[in-house]
Design a protein around this ligand. Structure first.
Ligand SMILES: Cc1cc2nc3c(=O)[nH]c(=O)nc-3n(C[C@H](O)[C@H](O)[C@H](O)COP(=O)(O)OP(=O)(O)OC[C@H]3O[C@@H](n4cnc5c(N)ncnc54)[C@H](O)[C@@H]3O)c2cc1C
Ligand code: SF4
Length: 506
């Protein structure tokens, strides 16, 4: 039977489920660069270039494997601008008997696919995305009846399911989680490996020109562009990470350094999220690095937890909670996102560093996202939807299924604690402990209030006081609220006045 198989931009996996059962001799693969997807938020230029170039290379890989691929570029004059529009045009061109697609990773696109049968008059086979360890249904069963959906419990299930770092049914090393070993601050004299940089080829160069022309006003630097855009190069980047950075990945996972954008992080999220790398295979390689003695257990466990724990968990939460999840705003936060999130133009050195590198690289590591840009937005009471749209736009790895629960749930606590047991709110002391940013800041992290004091210090207490009705009963915050209660009235007033003055200057 002749199928038209629609492969989306984050489904760049040769064994993607939609292809299973399709006959390459009579079927066609459809791929399309569409404006609707490239512009539903104002994506970073590098993100658009990465996805389009990876799509074009994937189309070539599929052709070489014997598939007939119909590829619609963004500048095709007949491009309708939407997935549904392109599907309908391709149906008219190829007259298939049936449509196939792997279930989209995002709610918005899944809703559109739901209408294809009616619009095309053809049967549509929507196959599940089998590149995850846990299906949405399995996650739903795990979640059912539980009062709290804690990642740690879910992660243990995934360890048992995959057998990763397991021995006779028990976790290797006698412990599930070595996070307590993974909180060292880094110093400038460490040897820090450089990520693998791939030179753009002719296909990528074409895409870079297209992006420069069509998305000139979008956020972010387009060049230098050094992402891998083929499976082979993504695999090289993965081997490079395992060889060079994995051994110290655990130790310095939470550290930040002003002149080191990447530290020992893998920079693999964008390759995993578009399908150039397989998550489980990556975890097995990391496990093998531990077994061979190349990497310590805290590094291997820490990495594997991020993938089969956090990554799978946030996907489960997304499908469990959408579509309502997007509108959660438990604190009723309404402040507009400060302009400096788009420029990096602020005197706060930590924010300046995280935002500047985001503009340059379309990348910031987890602690920068959570404890610098996310923490500030939380403390300042920024509207969580605006925060979400910023994260979705500015990172090359940002797809709603993974970005939204991380932003709205983990970072902004806008879901009232469905994902985290307490808000990730911290004063300047945390940033000072985990980074060297404060040394070059015009604010003084040790000064608590008044002119020149680190704004995070007063914003922290202001946040807790402002949201006391929602947070005071949280047992994990009991000690903090007791500290506030014991503070003398003048001190309290100084904190609140400092925060007020700072917020009104934003
Ligand atoms: C506010 C906020 C927004 C985020 N948005 C995204 C996003 O849009 N896309 C995205 O992939 N990650 C997101 N994350 C999670 C995490 O920050 C990134 O996965 C990580 O920084 C990517 O860099 P890396 O590949 O060097 O990761 P590493 O530190 O090397 O970690 C290894 C891998 O683990 C996975 N991982 C780690 N933490 C998480 C997590 N919390 N959730 C899901 N996967 C995780 C990633 O696939 C990552 O490649 C967000 C985190 C926060 C706090
Ligand atoms: S002093 Fe405050 S604002 Fe400045 S870098 Fe440190 S934490 Fe950030």
């Amino acid at each position: 039977m002749s199928d038209l198989v629609f492969i989306l931009g984050d489904q760049l996996t040769p064994g993607i489920s939609s292809l299973k059962g399709a006959d390459p001799s009579v079927s066609r693969v459809l791929m399309a660069e569409v404006m609707e997807e490239a512009s539903y938020v104002r994506h970073h230029k590098k993100k658009i270039a990465f996805i389009f170039s990876a799509m074009r290379h994937f189309a070539a890989e599929m052709r070489a494997a014997g598939w007939q691929v119909d590829y619609v570029t963004l500048d095709d004059p007949d491009n309708s601008g939407s997935f549904t529009g392109e599907l309908m045009r391709a149906v008219a061109r190829h007259q298939p008997e049936r449509l196939r697609v792997t279930r989209p990773s995002e709610w918005r696109v899944d809703q559109a696919v739901g209408k294809w049968e009616q619009l095309s008059g053809l049967p549509v086979i929507v196959s599940e995305d089998d590149r995850f360890v846990c299906t949405a249904e399995e996650f739903g069963s795990w979640a059912r009846g539980r009062k709290q959906l804690r990642m740690e419990n879910f992660y243990r299930e995934m360890r048992r399911k995959t057998g990763l770092l397991m021995e006779n049914g028990e976790p290797v090393g006698g412990q599930w989680n070595f996070d307590a070993d993974n909180r060292n601050a880094a110093s400038r004299d460490l040897f820090i490996p450089r990520p693998l940089r791939i030179e753009p080829d002719a296909v990528t160069r074409d895409v870079l020109s297209l992006v420069q022309k069509r998305f000139a006003d979008n956020f972010g630097d387009l060049e230098p562009f050094w992402f891998a855009v083929t499976r082979d190069d993504a695999e090289r980047a993965r081997s490079h990470f395992i060889e060079q950075a994995l051994p110290r990945f655990g130790d310095y996972q939470d550290a930040m350094l002003a002149d080191e954008k990447f530290l020992y992080h893998s920079l693999l999220s964008y390759y995993l999220n578009v399908g150039l790398l397989d998550p489980l295979e990556t975890c097995r390689m990391v496990e093998a690095a531990y077994q061979s003695g190349h990497a310590p257990l805290n590094a291997a466990e820490g990495f594997i937890r991020q993938i089969i724990g956090w990554r799978e968990y946030v996907r489960g939460i997304y499908w469990l909670k959408m579509p309502g999840y997007m509108d959660e705003n438990v604190f009723g936060a309404t402040r507009p996102l400060p302009d400096f999130y788009w420029t990096g133009n602020t005197d706060m050195a930590c924010l300046r560093a995280a935002i500047t590198q985001t503009r340059e690289e379309a990348y910031a590591h987890h602690i920068q996202r959570l404890m610098v840009t996310g923490n500030f937005a939380l403390l300042a009471g920024v509207d969580p939807k605006q925060v979400h749209e910023w994260y979705l736009a500015v990172y090359a790895d940002a797809f709603e299924w993974v970005e939204l629960p991380n932003t709205l749930g983990m970072s902004q606590y806008a879901d009232g604690g469905q994902l985290g047991s307490k808000p990730y709110a911290a004063s300047g002391n945390y940033i000072s402990k985990m980074s060297d940013y404060c040394k070059s800041c015009s604010f003084d992290v040790k000064q608590k209030t008044g002119e020149g004091a680190c704004p995070f210090n007063s914003l922290y207490w202001n946040f807790l006081v402002r949201n006391e009705p929602k947070l005071k009963s949280n047992p994990r915050l009991a000690q903090t609220y007791r500290t506030w209660e014991r503070m003398d009235a003048d001190r309290k007033q100084e904190y609140l006045a400092s925060a007020k003055a700072f917020l009104s200057s934003l």
